[in-house]
Design a protein around this ligand. Structure first.
Ligand SMILES: [Zn+2]
Ligand SMILES: [Zn+2]
Length: 139
């Protein structure tokens, strides 16, 4: 009954079969490595994305409105050209525009810097941390 299976193999045939087995095992392990690599890359990418997201802001609109010093542009800002233009939208401040001031004392339209801070926690001009939340960084 087992005759079909229980064939006698010549050494060459046996070797050929072994070689095929080994090659297939190697292929599988390589496929597995590639898969692991891919999974690892995916995980890494996800981790990085999360880190970036955390770095990006962590600010909610509410936080921003709480921490951002704002004032109404009710007085002339003087002759200094730099201080009369919002770097984010490149528009001049109009009388009664709401101005937001960062910790570094750079000023922008309140709405412009609010949108910016939702995505980045650095000053668009000097790249210093834009706002410090009171609780997290008093050491
Ligand atoms: Zn602006
Ligand atoms: Zn600044």
């Amino acid at each position: 009954m087992l005759q079909g299976v229980d064939i006698e193999l010549t050494p060459e045939e046996y070797q050929a079969i072994r070689v095929r087995e080994i090659l297939r095992a190697r292929e599988i392990s390589r496929a597995r490595e590639i898969l692991y690599d891919r999974i690892q890359q995916m995980l890494l990418q996800r981790m990085l994305e999360e880190e970036v997201r955390e770095m990006r802001s962590g600010w909610t609109e509410e936080d921003i409105m709480k921490c951002l010093k704002t004032r109404s542009n009710d007085t002339s800002l003087g002759n200094d050209q730099e201080n009369t233009i919002c770097t984010i939208c490149q528009d001049e401040y109009q009388i009664e525009d709401m101005i937001g001031t960062l910790d570094c004392q750079h000023e922008f339209h309140r709405d412009c810097i609010k949108d910016w801070l939702l995505r980045n926690n650095i000053c668009p001009i000097c790249r210093r941390p834009a706002l410090d939340s009171d609780e997290s960084s008093t050491n």
